[in-house]
Design a protein around this ligand. Structure first.
Ligand code: NDP
Length: 246
């Protein structure tokens, strides 16, 4: 799979799964915009990608804010010349049981995990439709399918991303644009490090492949969906969960 000369935007690209996605594309020749709230970390990631011989820029952007997103796309077009692939990866958790959840916690998760994908896809589609080519990949989650106690906001946002994925797939198929989702299971990153060991041990028992996933496991699925080889796949979800949910 070769992405030489193509431009990829990865939201939440400074660390974790987003960083692995940036690296997987850069190793295959793509130029990358690392979009993140974390200024210093994003600069560091972009520098590491440059060392792989591709162009890479870091952009500080809150992807839940439409003005930030518009400005971010302008910067990408100006500095990298366009957008071929958008990976809506930025995500947060604000876990607690329904009755304890504050309205702000609900809104924050819906805004960062779901609204951001709408805002970024809208800007990307304007450019992709003109080119008659594009790939949008949304990072959902296993909990979109299973639900999870303490994650009513998170699981709702990740399930809604699937509706967004399928609708964009239908609206833009005729313009050569595909839109798919990846639903990771338990992946070892800062987001999951915070969980207590006894919860992690319990989860491991339910994973037939008997290991937690790595950010690279998710990145491999994303790169495939963005490739020429996946050109006849749209509106789909690839599960990357070691068999935890089938
Ligand atoms: P991390 O928390 O490690 O990384 C997420 C990145 O997104 C951070 O750099 C974060 O910056 C950034 N980000 C958060 N909010 C915004 C925002 N408003 N604008 C721009 N960037 C933002 O998470 P993971 O790598 O673990 O997760 C990546 C994606 O994968 C998420 O969508 C997550 O829901 C999903 N996922 C993860 C799973 C896992 O097991 N890890 C399982 C299933 C899905 P900052 O740190 O400054 O907030």
């Amino acid at each position: 799979m070769d992405f030489k000369g193509q431009v990829v935007i990865v939201t939440g690209g400074a660390r974790g799964i987003g960083k692995a996605i940036c690296e997987a594309f850069a190793k295959r020749g793509a130029n990358i915009a690392v979009v993140d709230l974390m200024d210093e970390e994003a600069v560091k990631t972009a520098d590491e990608l440059k060392a792989l011989g591709v162009e890479s820029i870091s952009i500080k952007c809150d992807v839940s804010k439409s003005e930030d997103v518009k400005e971010m796309f302008n910067t990408v077009v100006e500095k990298l010349g366009g957008v071929d692939i958008l990976v809506n990866n930025a995500g947060i958790t604000r876990d607690t049981l329904v009755l304890r959840m504050k309205e702000e916690e609900w809104d924050a998760v819906i805004d960062v995990n779901l609204k951001s994908a709408f805002l970024c896809s809208k800007e990307a589609l304007k450019l992709m439709a003109k080119k008659r080519f594009g790939r949008i990949i949304n990072i959902s989650s296993i909990v979109a399918f299973t639900g999870n106690p303490g994650q009513v906001n998170y699981s709702a946002s990740k399930a809604a991303l699937l509706g967004l994925t399928k609708t964009i797939a239908k609206e833009y198929a005729s313009r050569g644009i595909t839109c798919n989702a990846v639903a990771p299971g338990f992946i070892t990153t800062a987001m999951t490090e915070a969980l207590p060991d006894n919860i992690k041990e319990e989860m491991l028992k339910n994973i037939p492949l008997r290991r937690f996933g790595s950010p690279e496991d998710v990145a491999n699925a994303v790169v495939f969906l963005a490739s020429t080889e996946a050109g006849y796949i749209t509106g789909q979800v690839i599960h990357v969960n070691g068999g935890m949910y089938m």
